[in-house]
Design a protein around this ligand. Sequence first.
Ligand code: NAP
Ligand code: ZN
Ligand code: ZN
Length: 351
Amino acid sequence: MSQVSGYAAKQAKAPLSPYSFERREPRDHDVVIDIKFSGICHSDIHQVNNEWGASTYPMVPGHEIAGIVSRVGAKVTRYKVGDRMGVGNFVDSCRKCRPCLQGLEQYCVKGATWTYNAVERDRKTATQGGYSNKIVVDENYVLRITDNLPMDGVAPLLCAGITLYSPLMHWKAGPGKKVAIIGLGGLGHIGVKIAHALGAEVTVLSHSLKKQEEAKKLGADNFYDTSDRETLKKLRGYFDIIINTVSVELDPNNYFKLLDVDGTMIVVGIPEKEIQIAPSSLISARHSLAGSAIGGIRETQEMLDFCSKHNITCDIELIPIQKVNQAYQRVVNSDVRYRFVINMKSLENKA
Ligand code: NAP
Ligand code: ZN
Ligand code: ZN
């Protein structure tokens, strides 16, 4: 076992504070990664606050991890010490079910092993996430980060990036397609960049005008403030695809009206409460409602390579870990441009 330092929530809604714990010695197929950067996803906040139920503590959050390999297990051939690696939302899965065999490990029938707030395949060892200086992961569940991109801006691609890339690819965003992204946060802003790179027309639906200028710079063709009642009237029947990234409950029935015939609304945001759909929202123009969770390992690597080719990284605010609790508050207030990333070197700072 090796000793690891990080930050953890010791109970629901508690501020994060320093925490030491152990990680396993590398097994034959493990890589040990010295974590350099860890993104703050809104899911971390939902889970620290137990908004989805079933949270366990102490909890070291963090599933947007970028670092450098410092050791490899005896049978690892693909990776070596010094390689730049990423880890996302899960660190294992059953490897045998149909989704796993199709490279859709996030939909593992037995349940993927989430990077934190979960247990390993032994069903007892708690997993702990990326707000820490080291992680040990099986080589089949790590991602390669190319040399041309900065690691701090890449870290959030491991969750935010793949969460938007996967549905954009699945529903074939590209030239001639009109895509709306509701919510210009961590997920939304990278969705704008990727959809733009895919050649789709991208519209941001934001709940104020504050981000209008920046949205254009990120690659948005259009920007609308949804707090203006006229917006939803103006855009009736316009979009082929709407991706809802918002972290609180919005009435989706208002947004179905913005879809063209056969348009699809894709839910990726996971608010605490359930949403209600009026049958007429679907029936009125053969609309579909869909959901999407992150992406499998193969697709996550494809996304990282796509971003490398198109020079896409996240717009970030780099913070020391000592500022994590203030950062959480700013995320909840939609006051981040557009992702906080923790510089893990700061774990060495005196508190
Ligand atoms: P985020 O950075 O906080 O972005 C959420 C955005 O929602 C905000 O920037 C804001 O955009 C909008 N919003 C916030 N409060 C609002 C309100 N009261 N009314 C209307 N709009 C509001 O969060 P994130 O990290 O992108 O995550 C977004 C959601 O996706 C979270 O629920 C998270 O758990 C979930 N998630 C899902 C997956 C998946 O696999 N499906 C993966 C990662 C995260 P504007 O200011 O532009 O309105
Ligand atoms: Zn996430
Ligand atoms: Zn499986």
